[in-house]
Design a binder for this molecule. Structure first.
Ligand SMILES: [Mn+2]
Length: 432
C-alpha cells in the first residue's frame, strides 16, 4: 500500500499536496490527519466525498510500503503514521517547502524555498501533462493562495504565480476559493480582536515593535486571520498571541514582517514551527501557564534574531594562546610574527585572560619584558558563544569598544572574533 499524508492541523497546502500526490503516483491513497484547520474542515464537510481520502486511523500500517509526506519534514507533526519511522522496508518520499531542520530523512525529496508545497507538485503535474478537474484545480489554488496570502507574502516566487496561472487555466473556481479563504469574521473572532486591542502588550525589542497577547477561548475557530489583522491595525513588526483553551492547553500564533524576527525559530522552542513570517504551536504541557509562555517568548525575542550568520561562521580559529606564565617578550614576538593584536591566555583549557597590543604600552622598564603575562593581562574578558548571532558579536564589540571577543564553549576558547572578522561579516552581508 502506498500512502500520501501531511501534517496535523492540516491546511489547504497540505491537503492539496496529498491529493496532487495521488495524481503523480497512481495507486497512492491520500491519508488525511484527523485534525484539520477550521477552513479545511469547512471545505471538507462539503467536498469530502469528491476526493479519495481516508483517515489515518483507517490505514493498516503493516501494509504500507511507501509513504509520501507533504508540507512537513517532521515525524512528530504526522498523525499516527509516525509509527512507520523505524520501518526500513518503507520507502519515504518528501515534498516540502520548509527548509528548517527536519528528522524525516527521506529516500527521495523535492524540497525548495517556495511559497507553497503545492507549487512543487503542480510543476510536476504540468510537466507530465496531467489534466485536472476544476475541483482539483480549485483545491490546489486554495493551498497556493493560503500559503502565499494570494501571492502577496514575501515568500511568493514567480513560480508560485505561474502555478496559479496554470490552475486558473485548468478551471480553478475563484468564487469558491475566495469563499473559503475569506471567511466572514464571526462573533468569536470579533471578540478576540477586541480583547487584543484592549489587553495586548506592546514591547519594543531590539528596535522592533512586538505585540504580545493572551486570550482565553472556549472553542477552536480560525484565529490566524484575527492575529494578522491585529498586527496590521497596531502596525506591529511582529505579534504573538497565546490562546488559552478552556479545556486546558495553549495554542500560540505568531506573525512577523521583520526579517530579524523568525517566528519559526521562536515557536520551535514550544514544539511548533512554520515559516520565518508565520507559525503556530500547540502546547499541551500542563505545567506551563500563559505567563510562563509569554516570558519565554519575550526571552526568545531577545535572543533570537535571524541575522543568518552565527559567531561560529565568522570567528577566526585556531586561536593563538599562551599559558599565564609566558613572559611578555614572548607575547611581543607572537604578535609581531603572527601579525595579531591580541593573545588569549589559557591554562588547562580554561580561559584566564587576554592581552592586547595596547597592554604592551604599559611596560616601562626593560626587565618587565621578562615578567609573566598574567601580571599584565585583562582578567575580565567578555566572551561569546559560537551559536550566538554574528550581529550580536558585532553589537557587543561596538558597545564595549573591544577588538577581541573570544568564542567560548564551556570554558574552552574555540575561536576569536576580531574587528576584521566583523568588517568582513558586515560587508559580506551587504547586497551585491
Ligand atoms: Mn505549506
Amino acid at each position: 500500500m502506498h500512502i500520501a499524508t501531511t501534517h496535523r492541523n492540516t491546511d489547504f497546502d497540505g491537503l492539496a499536496s496529498i491529493i496532487a500526490a495521488t495524481l503523480l503516483y497512481p495507486g497512492t491513497v491520500a491519508v488525511c490527519p484527523k485534525n484539520v484547520n477550521p477552513n479545511v474542515h469547512r471545505f471538507l464537510s462539503l467536498h469530502k466525498t469528491s476526493f479519495d481520502l481516508i483517515l489515518a486511523g483507517e490505514v493498516k500500517l503493516e501494509d504500507v510500503t511507501r509513504l509520501i509526506v507533504a508540507d512537513t519534514n517532521q515525524w512528530r507533526r504526522l498523525d499516527r503514521v509516525d509509527q512507520l519511522r523505524d520501518r526500513d522496508d518503507v520507502e519515504l518520499l518528501l515534498w516540502d517547502h520548509h527548509l528548517g531542520i527536519g528528522d524525516l530523512n527521506p529516500h527521495w525529496q523535492c524540497v525548495e524555498k517556495i511559497g507553497a508545497t503545492i507549487t512543487l507538485l503542480v510543476r510536476e503535474i504540468k510537466a507530465q501533462q496531467i489534466d485536472l478537474t476544476p475541483l482539483q484545480a480549485t483545491l490546489f489554488l486554495l493551498g497556493l493562495y493560503e500559503d502565499t496570502g494570494q501571492l502577496t507574502f514575501s515568500s511568493t516566487t514567480p513560480e508560485d504565480a505561474r502555478a496559479a496561472a496554470f490552475l486558473l487555466e485548468q478551471g480553478a473556481d475563484l468564487n469558491i476559493a475566495v469563499d473559503f479563504l475569506n471567511m466572514a469574521y464571526g462573533e468569536v473572532q470579533k471578540k478576540v480582536l477586541f480583547r487584543l486591542m484592549r489587553d495586548a502588550e506592546q514591547h519594543e525589542i531590539k528596535g522592533k515593535r512586538v505585540g504580545i497577547g493572551v486570550v482565553h477561548i472556549s472553542r477552536h475557530v480560525e484565529l490566524a486571520m484575527v492575529v494578522q489583522l491585529y498586527a496590521k491595525i497596531v502596525n506591529a513588526d511582529a505579534v504573538f498571541v497565546i490562546f488559552v483553551n478552556e479545556g486546558g492547553g495553549f495554542f500560540v500564533i505568531g506573525r512577523s514582517s521583520a526579517p530579524e524576527i523568525n517566528v519559526n525559530t521562536i515557536l520551535q522552542r514550544f514544539g511548533g514551527g512554520g515559516h520565518p513570517g508565520a507559525g503556530s504551536a500547540t502546547i499541551t504541557d500542563k505545567q506551563l501557564t500563559a505567563g510562563v509562555i509569554r516570558q519565554k517568548i519575550i526571552a526568545a525575542l531577545h535572543e533570537v534574531q535571524r541575522g543568518g550568520a552565527l559567531v561560529a561562521d565568522m570567528m577566526s580559529f585556531p586561536v593563538t594562546t599562551v599559558p599565564p606564565d609566558a613572559p611578555m617578550h614572548e607575547i611581543r614576538r607572537i604578535m609581531e610574527e603572527e601579525k595579531i593584536r591580541g593573545v588569549v591566555v589559557e591554562e588547562d583549557d580554561r580561559l584566564q585572560g587576554i592581552v592586547v597590543l595596547w597592554d604592551l604600552k604599559k611596560l616601562r622598564l626593560t626587565k618587565q619584558w621578562n615578567s609573566p603575562v598574567k601580571a599584565f593581562m585583562n582578567r575580565k574578558v567578555t566572551t561569546i558563544a559560537p551559536e550566538a548571532l554574528a550581529s550580536e558579536a558585532a553589537d557587543l564589540m561596538v558597545q564595549k569598544n573591544i577588538g577581541h571577543l573570544p568564542v567560548v564553549q564551556g570554558e574552552k576558547v574555540i575561536g576569536i572574533v576580531t574587528r576584521t572578522d566583523v568588517i568582513n561579516y558586515l560587508y559580506g552581508m551587504l547586497p551585491s
